[in-house]
Design a protein around this ligand. Structure first.
Ligand SMILES: Cc1cc2nc3c(=O)[nH]c(=O)nc-3n(C[C@H](O)[C@H](O)[C@H](O)COP(=O)(O)OP(=O)(O)OC[C@H]3O[C@@H](n4cnc5c(N)ncnc54)[C@H](O)[C@@H]3O)c2cc1C
Length: 420
């Protein structure tokens, strides 16, 4: 069902949020252009969880056939000491997929690939409806009644009916439409890094292993390909703006934290310089009163974010993309109404997505040698059988999750007809 009428939607960012939105718009016959700053698809990222509403959205979007063969089948999470011996375990079975490891886990990069493949298919079915442009970005935008004028770094200027900022936690669209990041970003006291490395031979297959050391928590997580694993490093350090975009400085910081830290710290440090998918960012929380400003809508991390510590960024992004596309599709000629509905729809999911299970960085990353010993002791106790129900409740991200506000349009139409 393809109609090539207005609106024309500009999506900034081809991450999970941007790709999912463009996919749904294309399928609904709504024209979109995606601009992605990177020159090519960005690989990388550790396994992300799909449970509850995000799983339902993935099913409704018909993504499960693509997700299934890429699922990482993890057995659970194990906390290890300096010699790699597990002193606490959270197995999938014990926690029914509601622990730190969810029933459906897929690497972020693989989920993006599933979305790109689906988008290619939808684009082939509706030629000319969607354009994905790498290596470009918005440099200016100006809102007018009924349209947004945009300037690009490379592609000149153009007008759109709607601009969606799906350009991540440091969204440039948000800065241009709402104001500087300092207005709504709260630093959470650290940094996180993720990258792929060859799986060490002595690693227990299928287990996501983590270690607490002073100032850092680091781990190795299974990948789809058993020959590789994902390194995860969370650092508890003060904010240093000079780290932004400076990979050498970022690696130096990780070196200082992991040097002599036992277990596979050296393996991680040796692999880090050669990692082609090295990702490093500050842990920040994004709180916006409204994800909509005129004809600019913000989506995914650009709209709300609780940092990778929540494990919920991708889930919130895909839910938001689906809901926004639904609202636009309901009545493409009434975009202001659609955006107001989207803002209301996503609010409870965005709030839930900022909740950090088990507390903030103070709980997750010990500050000192003494703190690391306490963290290890506490983890051992909390993961012992009598305490498991408590931990299970802490991780149950699905609890309190609202039902997806889907099908309301149909209900409203039905109501209108009944009343007519
Ligand atoms: C390479 C990578 C690895 C990640 N790894 C993890 C991880 O391991 N664990 C975790 O919890 N979270 C990770 N994240 C963040 C996670 O993807 C998001 O929290 C979540 O998926 C929400 O997605 P998003 O689409 O809103 O943002 P993102 O996934 O960050 O995507 C934003 C996209 O916008 C692009 N972009 C940025 N600025 C501009 C601009 N000015 N113009 C155009 N495009 C722009 C980016 O290149 C990116 O492709 C990662 C993000 C990236 C980009």
């Amino acid at each position: 069902m393809t109609t090539t009428s207005s609106p024309h939607v500009l999506v900034s960012g081809a991450g999970i949020a941007g790709l999912a939105l463009a996919l749904q718009l294309t399928r609904s016959g709504i024209r979109s252009t995606i601009v992605e700053r990177a020159d090519a698809p960005r690989p990388g990222g550790q396994a992300v969880d799909l449970r509850g509403a995000s799983r339902e959205v993935a099913e409704r979007m018909g993504l499960m056939a693509g997700i299934e063969p890429r699922r990482v089948h993890e057995l659970g999470m194990a906390y290890v000491d300096g010699r790699g011996r597990a002193f606490g375990r959270m197995s999938m079975e014990d926690f029914d997929g509601e622990g730190a490891v969810a029933e459906i886990e897929i690497a972020r990069g693989d989920l993006a690939e599933v979305l790109r493949e689906a988008l290619d298919e939808a684009a082939a079915a509706s030629p000319g409806l969607v354009e994905l442009r790498y290596g470009d970005r918005i440099t200016a935008l100006e809102q007018h009644t009924g349209r947004v004028d945009v300037e690009f770094e490379h592609a000149g200027s153009a007008s759109f009916d709607l601009v969606v900022g799906a350009d991540g936690v440091h969204s440039a669209t948000r800065r241009l439409a709402v104001g500087p990041e300092e207005l709504y970003a709260t630093p959470l006291g650290g940094y996180a890094a993720f990258f792929t490395l060859p799986t060490p031979t002595d690693l227990e297959p299928g287990w996501f292993a983590m270690r607490f050391v002073p100032g850092a928590t680091f781990g190795l997580r299974p990948d789809l390909d058993p020959a590789t694993s994902k390194a995860i490093v969370t650092l508890r350090v003060d904010r240093d703006p000079r780290l932004r975009g400076d990979r050498a400085a970022q690696e130096a910081l990780i070196h200082r934290a992991l040097e002599g830290a036992g277990w596979h710290a050296e393996t991680i440090l040796r692999a880090m310089p050669g990692a082609s998918d090295f990702y490093f960012d500050e842990l920040v929380r994004i709180d916006l009163d409204e994800p909509v400003k005129g004809r600019v809508a913000l989506l995914g991390d650009a709209a709300s974010c609780g940092s990778p510590m929540t494990g919920m960024g991708t889930a919130t992004a895909i839910i938001g993309a689906y809901l926004l596309a639904e609202r636009i599709t309901e009545d493409p000629e009434a975009l202001p109404d659609a955006l107001a509905h989207y803002a209301a729809d996503i609010a409870p999911f965005a709030e839930l997505g900022k909740r950090i299970p088990g507390g903030g960085i103070e709980r997750m990353v010990p500050a000192s040698r003494f703190g690391a010993a306490i963290s290890r002791a506490m983890t051992g106790v909390m993961l012992s059988r009598p305490f498991r129900p408590i931990v299970r409740r802490m991780f149950a991200a699905g609890s309190g999750e609202p039902a997806l506000p889907i099908g309301r349009a149909a209900e409203r139409h039905a109501g209108a007809h009944a009343g007519a």
